[in-house]
Design a protein around this ligand. Sequence first.
Ligand code: RB5
Length: 155
Amino acid sequence: MKLVIGNDHAAVEMKNQIMKYLEDKGIEVVNVGTDSTESFDYPIAGYRAAKLVASGEVDGGVLICGTGIGISLAANKVKGIRAAVCSEPYSAKLAKMHNNANMIAFGARVVGVELAKMIVDEWLNAEYLGGKHARRVAMISEIEETGRLEAAEKQ
Ligand code: RB5
């Protein structure tokens, strides 16, 4: 498995810890974030990471900034990306099972590193359920691709 990790200046230490955690599991990790604590604009890391996921060059991505919000918002602007910000493992698991999230995000100023590891594990180990969830994920893609949602306009 190959993942990408992206971060801004608020999350350098956590990025390093999560990278090591993943690499110790035998997962290859591509680092597209900053390694400096100098101010770094999170959309750059979010965009770089999202492009690798969307192109299929990696199997998924981990995004970390102060809150996880800005970097995930940027990543979600890339077509095909479903990045979920999670502060606890239950949502991380469901983000994969129901929403087929291909990126997981969290905040280095919000969660501690041990909780972050649990969040990553739940997301990584969960499987997308498909079925009725596939219809809803397809609706998200319809909005992304057409700027419209036919089912919503009918009602
Ligand atoms: C940087 O100060 C901070 O705004 C950023 O890390 C992130 O929390 C944005 O969403």
